[in-house]
Design a binder for this molecule. Structure first.
Ligand code: SAM
Length: 234
């Protein structure tokens, strides 16, 4: 798997891969990361990549030419590249998207800056568009990293223990049960006593009950989904 970050600010992205799990995954050649800067393709003598909005409006918009040329170059080098644009107006990115996209061979994330990207570029090149939430970031780099991180942990071998994927929140409609680490007692607080008794079937039922409580509290709509599915299964 390869991830290409199409960005004016590769330096904002690079650091994320310099430590921890994703660094180790790159060292093990489980995926590769590279960068494409639309500015390098600008035919403007000052390498400009943005201009005022046609029809008026505040701020600058990223010009089509540098992006058309950089994305054409990318597609010429790999016709199978899957091009994803980050934009706040798109559908929200979800765990099932992360799992589905982990099966691709090459994903390019296109980050906007300023007031965004000329719409013609998105129309011409997007295989998919995603938002990471209902708020506005200054650029798409953080959003690209969010997608890349969530996708890459679904690539086989990236997580030390792949079992952790199957019990995580959003794998089913329920959120994951609360987790505890050692020591068993910390200051005034102890872990639930059932967790300590070694009866795995009881621990499983308690975890399910806690999982339902947590889902009810934080994401009641998810609990409803879970119960509806259960009643269909009966
Ligand atoms: N003017 C745009 C609007 O109101 O929809 C916002 C542009 S934003 C300042 C600049 C860039 O940041 C966008 O082109 C996009 O790439 C990225 N961005 C901002 N918020 C985002 C979000 N919630 N999800 C994904 N990308 C986002």
């Amino acid at each position: 798997m390869k991830f290409t970050f199409v960005t004016l600010f590769a330096n904002l992205v690079e650091g994320y891969f310099e430590d921890s799990i994703l660094k180790r995954a790159i060292e093990k050649n489980l995926f590769f990361v590279d960068y494409l800067n639309p500015r390098d393709f600008s035919d403007n003598k000052h390498s400009k990549v943005d201009d005022t909005a046609v029809g008026g409006g505040a701020g600058m918009v990223m010009n089509p030419q540098p992006l058309y040329d950089s994305l054409r170059d990318l597609k010429k080098r790999d016709k199978d590249v899957h091009i994803v644009f980050l934009t706040p107006v798109a559908k929200p990115f979800r765990q099932n998207d992360a799992k589905r996209l982990a099966k691709k061979t090459h994903i390019a994330f296109v980050s906007g800056r300023y007031e965004g990207i000329d719409e013609r570029v998105i129309e011409e090149f997007a295989d998919e568009v995603f938002s990471i939430g209902d708020y506005i970031l200054t650029g798409g780099e953080l959003a690209s990293l969010v997608l890349c991180d969530a996708i890459s942990r679904n690539i086989e071998g990236v997580l030390g223990n792949s079992d952790s994927l199957s019990v995580e929140s959003f794998e089913t409609s329920l959120l994951e049960a609360p987790s505890f680490s050692k020591p068993k007692n910390y200051e005034e607080n102890s872990v639930p006593s059932e967790y300590l008794k070694g009866n795995h079937s009881k621990i499983r039922s308690l975890k399910l009950a806690l999982s339902e409580c947590k889902t009810k509290f934080f994401r009641p709509e998810q609990l409803l989904k879970h119960r509806t599915r259960k009643s269909y299964e009966k």
